[in-house]
Ligand binder design. Sequence first.
Ligand code: 5GP
Length: 188
Amino acid sequence: MSHTVDLEADIGEVLLSEAEIAAKTAELGRRISEDYAGRNLTLVSVLKGSLPFMADLMRQISLPLRIDLMEVSSYGGTATESSGLVRIIKDLSASIADEDVLLVEDIIDTGLTLNYLVRYLRGKNPASLRICTLLDKPARRLVDIPVDYVGFEIPDQFVVGYGLDYSERYRNLRFVGVLRPEVYSAHE
Ligand code: 5GP
């Protein structure tokens, strides 16, 4: 596979700037800090896409909290479509029983991955389970799951950056953007 020399040159449109993401993360952190005061908060995030959001959000929450990380991969899909078949690559490292769990997601698209995770985490008997996502693409939802904290609703476009990848690239962009169509056609 060829290596992109200039990552930013592959972006057709910046959807969310670094400053917009930072402001929204601070706002979500304030809300979560109010809502979870006096609770046993554990943030659970899902590698790899949620990594920057998790790192930024946790530092905007002014409460004692624990974090845990899972990694899942969906199989049977393509580089831009999830199939809903989920495999756990890395499980939680501690019990979440009786914890107030907030699942921190990068993006909810069809909702199939989230649906799987919510069922899995509920089976571990947390005191409560809520969902926080930076990005939401409601137009593509196949499973209706109530999402408690949403950063931005975005249109039905495949986005990269701020953790989100295309073929494992672009995660390190500081903004969220849409790839130029030529980038896909070169690989598919
Ligand atoms: P869902 O199961 O909700 O359809 O998809 C969830 C997962 O698909 C996300 O965690 C993410 O890995 C991937 N995904 C969905 N939409 C996008 C997108 O626009 N860009 C990127 N890079 N990944 C996406």
